[in-house]
Design a protein around this ligand. Structure first.
Ligand code: ADP
Length: 269
């Protein structure tokens, strides 16, 4: 609590009372701590690939001076870390766009299937590359949702990327989209490594990862699920996660259907 004290004076400067105002700054403190934590995390995440790049460039320079080899492999590692930096910066910008509500006003009526048809094609190919099966169950005549093409695609690509990433070769990835009571359910399931239940409550936090080294190795940024959570919130939707270690995970996103406006005949006249 922050305390501010004022003396109440009469015209002749006699004190007739004291006014004490308490400001609850708990939320401000929390916000400040979250911000500091985020900056610390980002700096760490940026430094890790940069340190590697720098190390390899130094070796290349020394080799170059000595007229020696290993150039190709070093350049490949540098390329990989550069890609990681690029992914990270992209995700940070994405998150910041979502947090400043830049995209909030752009929700409009949308046909989900039309909007993601090409994504389905791309992910079928990604799965084939990893010898995984990609099963699709999309209900016919899906109702429209109040959404945004860009957000919906971001949401799906983040969940599908993870499903593929954290599932071994020959596993199964499944995407199902169906209407439920006044909502639409988007379910992304995999038969991958699963998430231990003690991690589930924190999994949507920024930079929270079960195995940071593994995530980085796969090109992960630790921001995908927090982006997903933000997008779900922008829709006033919900997200659920069920997972069993060694068996797989199912992420279920629930989005409100487009509410029909009452027609003139029923508007009380
Ligand atoms: P990352 O870029 O590390 O994948 P995310 O925010 O997308 O970051 O996910 C956070 C963490 O949640 C991952 O590092 C991983 O440990 C875990 N995770 C996410 N999706 C899955 C999944 N489908 N199967 C197993 N673990 C997952």
């Amino acid at each position: 609590l922050l305390q501010t004290q004022f003396s109440l004076l009469q015209k002749d400067n006699n004190t007739i009372g004291i006014l004490i105002v308490f400001h609850d700054i708990t939320d401000l403190r929390k916000l400040e701590n979250t911000r500091k934590e985020f900056v610390a995390n980002v700096s760490h995440e940026l430094r890790t690939p940069l340190t590697s790049i720098r190390g390899y460039v130094e070796t290349l320079l020394e080799n170059y001076a000595a007229g020696g080899g290993h150039t190709y492999n070093s350049l490949k590692v540098i390329m990989k870390h550069t890609q990681r930096l690029d992914n990270l910066i992209k995700d940070i910008l994405e998150l910041s766009k979502l947090e400043t509500n830049e995209l909030k006003m752009e929700l409009h009526e949308l046909n989900i299937y039309e909007c993601i048809e090409d994504i389905l094609h791309t992910y079928k190919e990604h799965c084939e590359e990893k010898k995984q099966s990609f099963r699709l169950h999309i209900s016919q005549n899906l109702p429209t949702v109040e959404s945004n093409e860009y957000l919906l695609r971001q949401l799906l690509t983040n969940l599908l990327d993870n499903a593929i990433k954290y599932t071994h070769e020959s596993g199964d990835i499944r995407l199902s989209i169906s209407p439920a009571e006044e909502t639409i359910q988007i379910e992304v399931s995999d038969t991958g490594i699963g998430i231990p239940h003690e991690h589930i409550p924190r999994i949507f936090e920024r930079f929270y990862r079960i195995d940071p080294a593994r995530s980085r190795e796969m090109g992960g940024t630790g921001l995908g699920l927090s982006i997903v959570k933000h997008i779900v919130n922008l829709h006033n939707g919900a997200i659920k996660l069920k997972s069993t270690v060694g068996k797989g995970s199912t992420f279920t996103v629930i989005l409100p259907q487009k509410q029909e406006k009452p027609s003139a005949a029923f508007d009380g006249k």
